[in-house]
Design a protein around this ligand. Sequence first.
Ligand SMILES: [Zn+2]
Length: 173
Amino acid sequence: MPTIISHAIVPLALAVALGPKRIRPRVAFAGAVLAMLPDADVAGMAMGIDYAAEWGHRGASHSLVFAILVALPLGLLLDRSRWRRSWLFLAAATASHGLLDMATSGGLGVALWWPVELDRHFFAVRPIRVSPIGADFFSARGLATLWSELRWIWLPAIAFGLAGWLMRRRRLV
Ligand SMILES: [Zn+2]
């Protein structure tokens, strides 16, 4: 995984780009939480679920179906008048997690198409260094990961959010 907080920046940047009239702040906040949620599966590893198992790390919780299902009740709950848009945003926020993991350099792939198929997938190009799990986070390897995430996630996300914000200000979108 990229560092957990790096997952949250993606929906936040999207929400900034779209603006609070389209994506309510509370929906944006829920999107940030949902973008981190799939890695709750590491708790399963602590309980003995195998990494490569269906509900193991990067398994079912990283799939598109999981993203679509988990986003629906929250979309309805948080913005009933525009629940379809909120659902789509929240599903995209959740799905972005698995897609980012597919661009990382290590670990197992992502069960993107669960439950249709259980194979694990990566993108052909994987520029993001995988985040070390555990104590060596502040080691040289941890810092190299942070630099990789800054370059491949934070800077593009901030640029995207800023560009959308500027276009909204100039009423281009
Ligand atoms: Zn993950």
